[in-house]
Structure formats: structure tokens, C-alpha cells
Design a protein around this ligand. Structure first.
Ligand SMILES: [Zn+2]
Length: 247
């Protein structure tokens, strides 16, 4: 398949999703007996095909993180957090290695400004048949003020963020699920004390597995209209706050 730059939103499926999930509809991830197209399970984790595959030329899957509709990543036991990271990363990398996709996106939406439509905690693994997300990456995105280092594993705050003023990066080289789970959860707690919404984005980049934690606010018009990203005058202060929280 030829290379593409755009995800094509399938309006009819989007409409159907809206009709079935709007209003007072019960949570579809709580009704476990009714789930279909399950790809793998490790209680309470479930990986299944997304019922509403709203983008063309993709394989959209959903990873349900918990059977507690009110829980979120900030409150999980450490062992559960690590189980999610390992289960998700294993499936993400297996899809990458299947050769069926140009690239595979692994990410999480949380909260009203994150782009998510279901409150029940979940992540997504999406195989992109004609888009290589790595073409849009550059090393600058992961540079930052170091907050924690253990060998080649680093937690930092971006000095040259991709889109939002405060982006945190957890970089493991080689893959280290324990470091990843611990620090992603720390950052989620830090972020959710200050705003309602965040995204996690996972990348394979130069032998590293990286997670970018992005607090979400209303998107800046400078970014949308002029492609001008922002940074913050408080980066050093935020780095200190996070370091204090972790110690
Ligand atoms: Zn639920």
C-alpha cells in the first residue's frame, strides 16, 4: 500500500458510534458478557477489536484496563500498573512485528479534552496500514530537563515539545516495563492533580521505548493555525516539583 499522511475519518461509522454511545447509554466496557471480538485477556485486562472502527485503513483495538468503571491510572496498585504496561507493550510490538502495518500507534486518552469518548479506563493500539508515524518524529521531541535517570532510563520534561507546553518523556533503553510503569503513573498523578485530561503516547525510537505524557488543555490556536508549538517559562520549576513528588 502506498504511503499516506492523513487518517480518513469514516463519517457513517462515527455517526453510528455517536447514536449508540450518546445520552444515558450504559458503559459498554462494564458489560463484559456482551464484549465481542476479544483478541486476548489477562484478567482484568481485555484486548478487543474496536466496535466502531472510525478510521479507514486501520486495525483499531482497545485495551480495557480495569473492571472498575470509576478507577483511573492514578489509583492502580503498582503491580497492576506494570501488568498493563507489559500486556499493552507486548501486543503493540507484536502488531509492529507482524509486518501488516506501516506502523502501530499505542496511546491513551483520559478526560474530556483528550479526544476520548468513553470514561471507563482504556488504551488503544491502532495498526496503520498506510501511515508511518515515525516519519513525523524527531529527536528534539524527547530532549528535556532530566528529572530522574537510572542507567539509560530517563524521565524528563521536554524543552522542545511537540505540541503542548509541558510534555514529559519516560525513555527506556532497552525496554524496561518496571521503570516505565512507575514513572508514567507518577506523572499521571502529578498531571491529574492539576488538570482533567491527558494523553499517553508510546513510541519506538532508536532502540528505545518512550512514553510521552501530555497534559491536555484547550488546543492553542497558534498550533492549529500557524504550526507554532509552545513551551513554558516554568519548566525548571515543574521539574523540581516532580522530583520532590517522586522522592
Ligand atoms: Zn464502565
Amino acid at each position: 500500500m502506498t504511503e499516506n499522511r492523513y487518517l480518513c475519518f469514516l463519517s457513517d461509522i462515527g455517526k453510528e458510534k455517536f447514536m449508540n454511545q450518546g445520552g444515558e447509554s450504559p458503559c459498554p466496557f462494564c458489560n463484559r458478557g456482551a464484549l465481542s471480538d476479544i483478541l486476548d485477556e489477562a484478567y482484568p485486562l481485555v484486548l478487543l477489536k474496536n466496535k466502531y472502527a472510525t478510521f479507514a485503513n486501520t486495525q483499531q483495538t482497545v485495551l480495557i484496563e480495569t473492571d472498575d468503571c470509576a478507577a483511573d491510572m492514578a489509583v492502580y496498585e503498582p503491580v497492576h500498573m506494570q501488568k498493563i504496561i507489559t500486556f499493552g507493550t507486548d501486543h503493540w510490538l507484536a502488531m509492529e512485528q507482524s509486518g501488516e502495518y506501516k506502523s502501530v500507534a499505542f496511546f491513551k486518552n483520559h478526560g474530556p479534552l483528550s479526544g476520548g469518548s468513553i470514561g471507563h479506563a482504556h488504551m488503544q493500539i491502532v495498526g496503520l496500514k498506510d501511515i508511518d508515524y515515525k516519519r513525523n518524529l524527531n529527536a528534539d521531541m524527547f530532549d528535556g530537563i532530566e528529572i530522574v535517570r537510572k542507567g539509560n532510563c530517563v524521565l524528563n520534561i521536554s524543552t522542545r515539545p511537540n505540541a503542548c507546553a509541558t510534555e514529559f518523556n519516560v525513555i527506556t533503553a532497552p525496554r524496561n516495563d518496571r521503570f516505565m510503569a512507575h514513572h508514567v503513573q507518577n506523572l499521571v498523578r502529578y498531571v491529574l492533580d492539576r488538570c482533567s485530561s491527558f494523553n499517553l503516547f508510546f513510541y519506538q525510537w532508536n532502540e528505545s521505548i518512550i512514553c510521552k505524557i501530555v497534559p491536555r488543555y484547550v488546543t492553542s490556536p497558534f498550533l492549529i493555525g500557524f504550526n507554532i508549538p509552545q513551551t513554558s517559562s516554568r519548566l525548571h520549576q515543574i521539574a523540581e516539583e516532580v522530583k520532590r513528588m517522586i522522592d
